[in-house]
Design a protein around this ligand. Structure first.
Ligand code: GDP
Ligand code: MG
Length: 163
């Protein structure tokens, strides 16, 4: 079986854009089911010859666990628990937000290795967000642009030890 890579992060940081870039057209939609599998998508990805299974998750929300966002968080936690490595995306243009910090706090406790990614880093607008991302306490962030395909070689090098 292929190794598993999970993508996590708050809403709108570019998780699905990254997923689509790595999977291309070979997408396998997971049936919508009640509870924790909601919005989970999986596909077979290739990155410069590395092959792995990739899981796109809904965003975390700081909400009561009984609410829908709480279930989305549970689903992301389950995806990370099942994965060989997790990609934690932040939006370098927005900088590190309180919700990113709370996700990072949880990820630091996880047994799954985490690679922090400063997405939307193309051009000048992402520079301060890249520096911000060092404060997540998860190691050196990878400057990345899922939309423009920048940072793919660095992502490859970061993933390779775990796959
Ligand atoms: P998700 O909610 O984390 O899955 O985020 P999406 O993949 O749906 O992306 C949210 C928005 O950010 C969309 O409008 C994307 O086009 C945009 N986006 C994603 N990646 C990038 C990027 O690398 N650079 C810029 N500037 N925008 C991006
Ligand atoms: Mg998405």
């Amino acid at each position: 079986p292929l190794p598993i890579v999970a993508i996590v992060g708050r809403p709108n940081v570019g998780k699905s854009t990254l997923f689509n870039r790595l999977v291309g057209k070979r997408l396998a939609l997971v049936d919508d089911m009640p509870g924790v599998t909601r919005d989970r998508r999986e596909g077979d990805a290739t990155l410069l010859g590395l092959e792995f299974r990739i899981v796109d998750t809904a965003g975390f929300e700081d909400e009561d666990p009984d609410t829908l966002p709480g279930r989305m968080r549970a689903q992301s936690e389950a995806a990370v628990g099942d994965a060989d490595v997790a990609l934690f995306l932040i939006d370098a243009r927005a900088g590190v937000m309180p919700l990113d910090q709370s996700i990072a706090r949880w990820l630091r406790q996880s047994d799954t290795p985490v690679i922090p990614i400063a997405n939307k880093a193309e051009g000048k607008a992402g520079e301060s967000g890249i520096i911000d991302a060092y404060s997540l306490g998860l190691g050196d962030p990878i400057p990345f642009s899922a939309e423009h395909g920048e940072g793919l070689v660095d992502l490859f090098e970061a993933l390779r030890p775990y796959l």
